[in-house]
Design a protein around this ligand. Structure first.
Ligand code: B12
Ligand code: SF4
Ligand code: SF4
Length: 379
């Protein structure tokens, strides 16, 4: 086969990356970057994860103990993969007020984290990544002359929070942003309200000699650390997951420690506070895909409405939504806590409504009784 002289390769390979970038934008992604499956970050991050686990900062996220070998060697996840295309997708559907947490101003309304009000992002990102892979596959005949493996069978696999992959740190190394002190990735032009995903491909497209690392721009700011209701960011870049409201309301099964219940306020699924306060989110963009649009009024729903859902309504209103993850009982548990923190117009009616749900489970009863006590002590 006739090969293009070596000195022409870098520009042509950059053009391939630019083509993929453009296609990713057309599909609704906000950015993408390229990183080798053999990048040293995976071994480094595995060591950091082990240290984090040794400190017991993972709550009951026991799955974080699994698959260290795969985390350190992502090429073992997809046989034949050479490059990871890291993507981000903006998810806001309305612009929050800058540097303020207005959600708390409506104590009788439920707060559901903004990423979770519409269709489950895992599905959206994986579907869009598959479309990106198919578009790449169609272009392969045009790239046969480049030394990137376009002449071999094309292998690909999409992921989004669906495998033991260090998504945040690989996105950082792929040039998508820097890690804020709250541990989330921030993009200078787009803030942090986005989801991450990866397309593993067999093409050789990583940029081995180019540092794509984005400089950190937190400076002396500590707004996210200061605002966190449960003080879960124990030092810059280190999260005590077990104390994070996102963990407590989504991942944690069973009783929630009383010491966190007041701080949870009216958040019944996830928490956005450390992002809402972040000055970089003045650059956050709205979602371009319709998938994140709130369903069943989840951006404007009262606590009492959620409390009155029976299991069939829960199943109906959470179909294809991230809310399914927490399960019916745990969502009632979270709502009981939030009702205990609410400021009802008619307290005795609310107490009655809470009492009506006694007897479903011991765990829920304990939260209901806590909520009733809180309401009765609140004058
Ligand atoms: C487990 C998990 C959680 C846990 C723990 C979060 C955490 N920070 O570890 C809980 C349930 C609490 C959680 C909550 C949320 N999550 Co989450 N979560 C994950 C998941 C599955 C794994 C993250 C992980 O590996 N954590 C383990 C720790 C050890 O990793 P780490 O944060 O990278 O920590 C290291 C750094 O701090 C580093 N470090 C230490 N010192 C320093 C210093 C510097 C300078 C630097 C750069 C790094 C550094 O060392 C640490 C130890 O390894 C990822 C998806 C994935 N597969 O990656 C999504 C993910 C991180 N979550 C996401 C989201 C959206 C959220 C929430 C915003 C949801 C919500 N609104 O409620 C909250 C935010 C809470 C927060 N402040 O982080 C997005 C983040 C997108 C983004 N912009 O970064 C991800 C990528 C999912 C996705 N595909 O979109 N999450
Ligand atoms: S998501 Fe909420 S509880 Fe978790 S670290 Fe951010 S502000 Fe704190
Ligand atoms: S609030 Fe401040 S410290 Fe926290 S991530 Fe944003 S810029 Fe960094």
């Amino acid at each position: 086969m006739n090969r293009i002289p070596v000195q022409h390769l870098p520009d042509e390979v950059s053009a391939v990356r630019a083509w993929i970038h453009q296609k990713a934008i057309e599909l609704g992604f906000s950015d993408c970057g390229f990183i080798s499956v053999h990048h040293p970050i995976f071994a480094e991050q595995t060591a950091a994860l082990k240290a984090w686990l040794d400190k017991g900062l993972h709550g009951t996220l026991d799955f974080m103990h699994d698959n260290h070998e795969l985390r350190a060697n992502p090429h073992k996840l997809v046989d034949g993969a050479k490059t990871i295309i890291s993507v981000r997708m903006d998810y806001l559907t309305s612009t929050p007020k800058r540097r303020s947490i207005e959600d708390n101003e409506r104590p009788n309304h439920a707060i559901i984290a903004r990423y979770a009000r519409g269709r489950d992002y895992h599905k959206t990102l994986r579907q869009k990544l598959k479309q990106l892979a198919k578009a790449i596959e169609q272009e392969l005949p045009n790239w046969q002359h480049l030394n990137i493996g376009a002449d071999k069978p094309f292998i690909f696999r999409p992921f989004s929070d669906s495998a033991p992959i260090f998504e945040r740190s690989l996105a950082e190394k792929a040039g998508l942003g820097w890690t804020g002190k709250h541990t989330l990735l921030i993009n200078r032009q787009g803030g942090s309200f986005f989801n991450l995903g990866e397309l593993f491909i067999s093409l050789d497209l990583a940029e081995p000699n180019k540092s794509t690392l984005t400089k950190a721009h937190c400076g002396s700011c500590t707004a996210c650390i200061d605002v966190c209701p449960t003080k879960a960011i124990i030092e810059p870049h280190v999260l005590d997951a077990g104390a994070c409201i996102s963990y407590l309301t989504i991942e944690h099964k069973g009783s929630i420690d009383v010491k966190y219940r007041k701080a949870i306020g009216n958040r019944i699924f996830g928490c956005d506070d450390c992002q809402l306060i972040c000055p970089w989110n003045r650059y956050a963009k709205l979602a371009v895909v319709p998938d994140y649009a709130p369903r069943h009024g989840l951006d404007d729903i009262t606590l009492l409405d959620v409390w009155q859902w029976d299991e069939a309504t829960f199943l109906n209103n959470t179909e294809g939504s991230p809310l399914r993850r927490t399960g019916y009982l745990n969502l009632l548990r979270n709502t009981a806590i939030a009702l205990g923190n609410s400021q009802p117009n008619d307290k005795s009616k609310l107490v009655l409504s809470l009492q009506n749900r006694l007897g479903i489970s011991e765990m829920l009863d304990e939260h209901i009784i806590w909520a009733i006590n809180e309401l009765n002590h609140e004058q």
